[in-house]
Each structure stands twice: as C-alpha cells, then as structure tokens.
Design a protein around this ligand. Sequence first.
Ligand code: PLP
Length: 395
Amino acid sequence: MSVTVSATLAVNEALVRRRRQGLPVLPMGFGEAGLPVIPVMRDALAAGGGQNAYGPVAGLRELREAAAGYWRRRNLETDPDQVVAGPGSKPLLYALLLGIGGDVAIAAPSWVSYAAQTQLVGHRPLFVPTLPAQGGVPDPGLLAEAVTRARSDGRDVRAVIVTSPDNPTGTVASRGTVRRLARVARELDLVVVSDEIYRDLVHDPATVVHSPAEFAPERTVVTTGLSKSLALGGWRIGVARLPEGDIGRRLRADLLGVASEIWSSPAGPVQRAAAYAFGEPAEITDSIARSRRLHGIVARAVADRFAAVGATVVAPQAAFYLYPDFESWRGFLAADHGVTTGRGLAGLLLERYGMGVLPAVEFGEDAGALRMRVATSLLYGDTEAQRHTALAAGD
Ligand code: PLP
C-alpha cells in the first residue's frame, strides 16, 4: 500500500519551506501548545538520565502506578497492570487498532490520524456524524444505524473511537451522549477506544469530562499522554488504560505483542519524568491550570474574530482548536479567487498569508465544506522567551 505523510506534518513542512525562503508564516495546523518545558519537568527528565537499559515492554512499574493513580483520581479505578506505556498515544492507538483487527467507526469530523491508522492496519473507517457542538463522539443513534447497515453489507466493524474533549472542534460531549454511546457500543459489541489526550485542558475547570469507561468499563480502552497538557509532544510518551476482563486481556496481549516488535519500551528517562507528572504534584497541576486558562483566552478571542468576519464557529470549551465554517464566504471565494473547496481555501491562505491550516476534508468531512482547524498556540509567540511570557499571562 502507499503511505502518505500525515496532513498535519505536511502543512508543517510547507511552513518550514516558506520560513527558509524568508516568507512570513502563521503555523495554525500543528496540534501543539507551543509552551516551554516547565523547570520541574526538565529536572525530572535529568533525574531519570541514568535509566539506560531497555525497560519492560508495558512500561516501568513506577509510571504504570502513577498513571493508575491519575485515573483513580478521575473516578476510574485502575490497577497498574491495566496500564501500558508507549512512545506517545499515537503509536499506542495504532497498536490497538492493529490488535482490534477490523473496521472502525470514527466521528466526522475527527482527528486526522484515526482514519489513516485504520487504513494503515488494513481496514476501513466508517465515518459517523456527531451531534451539534459535541464533536469527537459519533451521534449514538446514527452510530447504531451505520454499524448495523455496514455489517449487513458484510463489513466487520469492531470498534468506535471517541475523543472528548475533541480535536478539531474543541468541544466536550455531554454525560448523556457519552452514556448513550457506551450503551450502543455494548449492544453492538464494539470496543470503545477513548482518546482522552485533551481531558485536562478544559478551559473552565467546572466543565466535567465524562469517559465511556465510566459506562462501559468492560470494553473501553482509554489513552492519554503529556503531549498536550504539558506541551511535551516531542518527548513521545503516552499511556493506555485497558479494561479488565476478557476484552481487556485480549487487547493487552495484542498491544504488548505489537509493542515488543516495534518500540520495545518507551525511553527510560522520559518514563521516569512522566511518572512524576502523572503523580500530579502542585507544580504540575498549576502549570496545566495556567495553560488551560491561557488557551481559553486565546481560543475565545480568535473565535470572536472569526465570527466577526462571518464564519460560524462553535464556542470552544477545551484544548487549542477552533473549527470555523466559512460557508458564508463561498460566493466571494469562488468569484474573486476561483476557490470552491476547503482544500482550496487552505491553499489560498497558505500562499497569501503563510497560514498553515487544515481543511475539513482532512477530518473526514464533506470535501466541499469550507472549514479549517486552527491551533491557536503559536499566535502568542515563537521564541522560548515569548512562550514563557505567554504562560505567565495565564496566571
Ligand atoms: N490524539 C489526538 C486527538 C491528537 O490531537 C493528538 C495530537 O495531535 C494525539 C492523539 C497524539 O498524541 P501523542 O503525542 O501522545 O502521540
């Protein structure tokens, strides 16, 4: 099969080329907070520097215990043996999909890599629309219909991926929606893969995030990591929480099999530092709270600016994404610029202003829709000093 570079990485590469040519860039495609590494994490990484041996495939016990504690504090009773660490949640998701071994229902829109990974492991994504302002979770009623229809057409649909808080819409699904989704998954015997990488980045701490693991614990795998909450994407560390029981045992065995052949174990020093972070001392929770506030301020400000120029944009509740719809620009874009698709608009913005954004089609939505994802992160600075200033502004 042919494998193309992920859409987010491709936009980033286009921006790097522009920067080399001395042209202005506004990187709004790559999903990263762009904040500095906080000093306690630098120290924690240095403290783990002696960790040079290959570690256990499932991850260091210290990290698995800390991650279990993290989930317990979120009302998900977890044994360290249910936890598997990997070099980022992305490879963990890939390994899980490989083990699941069938077609996967995915919200439309949803993060670019779910569909790509499903195809990489030889299966097909089944896109299911979401409810308004509740991105990341397929509409449970439509999910039931879509899976039933696909199965009657001979497709082997085995799992559904859920992302709340969501990339690309920045919204959080309600308790009712998550509960209904879990019920449908149980009725249809689907594994639920709940990607909770943005869980700690809700802008308002009063917003409660619900996990399908609360309602269908026997079939829900949860993944998370430090890439977003602590802006440590480049450290490549993630953790998966597998369910107890038969489904969990099967998934764990498959996951460890893939991990043992592909990454052996995540980097030791990073695991030690991650164990510290998942222990959630005050330095960590304070830093995440600042980042959360900062992203709330920036996301709201940018959403207001988009609304002012005629875009429709759902108020973001978490993370650093917006998903404005430029449908009202359709006539003007076609007449003045010959642009008729979201991809065309993204190309125009890149060429004219160096704006790196992703069109809706990358997220599994109608190719004609004029939408884009916007990571607001780098709006507030490109140098480390500017990032420190920005973080302080979150106080
Ligand atoms: N899941 C979602 C929804 C994401 O947006 C991203 C990063 O963009 C990831 C997972 C990847 O996380 P990690 O750095 O842990 O591989």
